[in-house]
Design a protein around this ligand. Structure first.
Ligand code: SAH
Ligand code: SF4
Length: 376
C-alpha cells in the first residue's frame, strides 16, 4: 500500500541525489549547497524564498519538488508541558508530532528543554493490546521526506519561541524521540535515511546521541541498528517482565520472546556503551505485581538499564485500568529497593505523557483542531 505522491519531497533528498538531478536538468552542481542552506539552517517554506538562486532554478525546484510533504493543520496544547502538532500528508492521512517541554536545570534559567516525538508510520501493525496506534492497524510507512518534513515543520513552530537559536541556524529542539505512531524498526530504511539527513552537517547537524529510538522489540532490527555507525539511544518497550505477561499484551513477543530480546538489547548496549531505557506501562492486575517488579529489576540490572514507568493511559474501547497511586508507588519502591534507577512519570498533565504512543487516540473526525498558527 505504498503511496506515490505527485512530486517527491525535497526533504527526502541528499546533496548527492539532488546534485545529480540538478546536473541532469542543466543546473550547476554547486547550487546544491545553497539549496540545503535554505532547507535546514534557514528552514524556508518554498523555493520562492531562496533569494540567492536564479529564478529558473527556483521555478525548477517548485515544479519538481514538494516542499510540504507534511502540512501543519493545527496545534493542540494537551497540557502545560505537551503540545501536539497535527500534520496532514499528501494522501490525506494525519499524523501527530508531539513537543514535550521539561524545565532545564541551571541557575536562573527560564528555558525549557524541548523533546520532539515523531511518528514513522500511519497506524501500526504490531497490535499491542493497550495502544491506540495499533487499534486500526497499519496503513503505510512514512517516506524519508515525510519523516524529515515532520521535524522541519515543528522546528519552524519552535523557531518562533527561540529566535536566537533559529538565527544561528541551530535546530530549536534538544532531543528527538522516535516514539510516535508506528514501530520505527518496521520502517527501518526510511527511518535511518531520514535520521542521516537530520544528523548530517548539511542537514540539521543534530547529534545521534540526542536521538532515542523506541521499539517494541524487533530483535533482528535491534541487532542491525547496533551495527550502524551512528550511536542512537535505544528504548525498549518492555511492559512485561515475563513471556507470559508480554504474550498477553504484545503479539511481537511470540515472535521475539524475552530470551531473544534481552540478549539483543545487551548486544546493542555493549556496542554503543550507552545506557538503555526500558519503558514499562503500569496496567492494573496485568503487570503491576511485586513479582513483576522483581523480574523487571533482574532484567534492568542485567542490561544496566534505566526503567521508565508510565501509568497506563486510558484508551477508549480498551478494558485496561491504571493502577492506583499506592500500587504505582509500591512498584517503583520495589524496583529502587533492588538497586534499579527508575522514574515514575507523574507530573501535572501526566495523562498526556504517553501522548506519543496514542497519536490516533481520537479518530480523525473527532480531533478538535485549533486554527493553524500561521493564520493567526
Ligand atoms: N512502536 C514503538 C514506538 C511507539 S509507541 C514502541 O512500541 O516502542 C511509544 C510508547 O508509548 C511505547 O512505550 C508504548 O508502549 C507507549 N504507549 C502506547 N499506548 C500507551 C498507553 N495507552 N498508555 C501509556 N503508554 C502507551
Ligand atoms: Fe505499535 Fe508501539 Fe503501539 Fe505496539 S506500542 S502497537 S509497537 S506503536
Amino acid at each position: 500500500m505504498a503511496f506515490k505522491p505527485e512530486k517527491p519531497s525535497i526533504h527526502g533528498e541528499t546533496p548527492d541525489t539532488l546534485g545529480a538531478r540538478l546536473v541532469e536538468a542543466g543546473h550547476p552542481r554547486y547550487r546544491v549547497a545553497q539549496v540545503f542552506e535554505w532547507l535546514y539552517p534557514r528552514r524556508v517554506g518554498a523555493s520562492e524564498a531562496m533569494t540567492n538562486l536564479p529564478a529558473n532554478l527556483r521555478a525548477w525546484l517548485v515544479e519538481n519538488y514538494d516542499f510540504t510533504a507534511t502540512d501543519v493543520m493545527g496545534k493542540k496544547t494537551a497540557s502545560d508541558v505537551t503540545q501536539k502538532v497535527l500534520q496532514r500528508l499528501r494522501d490525506g492521512s494525519l499524523i501527530e508530532t508531539v513537543i514535550i517541554r521539561a524545565p532545564m536545570e541551571g541557575v536562573g534559567q527560564e528555558q525549557s528543554r524541548r523533546t520532539i516525538c515523531i511518528s514513522t508510520q500511519v497506524g501500526c501493525a504490531y497490535g499491542c493490546k493497550f495502544c491506540a496506534s495499533g487499534l486500526e492497524g497499519w496503513k503505510r510507512d512514512l517516506s524519508v521526506g515525510e519523516i524529515v518534513s515532520q521535524l522541519v515543520q515543528v522546528c519552524r513552530i519552535e523557531d518562533q519561541a527561540d529566535p536566537i537559536r533559529a538565527a544561528q541556524g541551530l535546530a530549536s529542539f534538544d532531543n528527538i524521540v522516535v516514539m510516535g505512531m508506528g514501530e520505527p524498526l518496521a520502517n527501518y530504511d526510511n527511518l535511518l535515511a531520514a535520521l542521516r539527513i537530520v544528523n548530517a552537517p548539511w542537514g540539521f547537524g543534530f547529534g545521534a546521541r540526542r536521538i532515542t529510538i523506541s521499539t517494541s522489540g524487533v530483535v533482528p532490527k535491534i541487532l542491525k541498528l547496533a551495527e550502524e555507525d551512528m550511536g542512537f539511544r535505544l528504548a525498549i518497550s518492555l511492559h512485561g517482565a515475563t513471556n507470559e505477561v508480554r504474550n498477553q499484551i504484545m503479539p511481537v513477543n511470540r515472535k521475539f520472546p524475552l530470551e531473544e530480546l534481552v540478549p539483543a538489547a545487551k548486544a546493542f548496549a555493549r556496542k554503543h556503551g550507552r545506557m538503555l531505557t526500558l519503558e514499562f506501562i503500569l496496567i492494573e492486575d496485568i503487570n503491576d505485581s511485586l513479582e513483576q517488579a522483581r523480574k523487571l529489576a533482574a532484567i534492568a540490572r542485567e542490561l544496566h538499564a534505566h526503567v521508565n514507568l508510565i501509568p497506563y493511559n486510558k484508551v477508549e474501547g480498551l478494558p485496561w485500568v491504571r493502577p492506583s497511586l499506592t500500587r504505582q508507588d509500591r512498584f517503583v519502591k520495589e524496583l529502587r529497593g533492588l538497586g534499579v534507577t527508575a522514574t515514575l512519570r507523574r507530573e501535572k498533565g501526566h495523562d498526556i505523557d504517553a501522548a506519543c504512543g496514542q497519536l490516533r487516540l481520537q479518530k480523525e473526525k473527532e480531533l478538535r483542531v485549533d486554527p493553524p498558527p500561521a493564520a493567526a
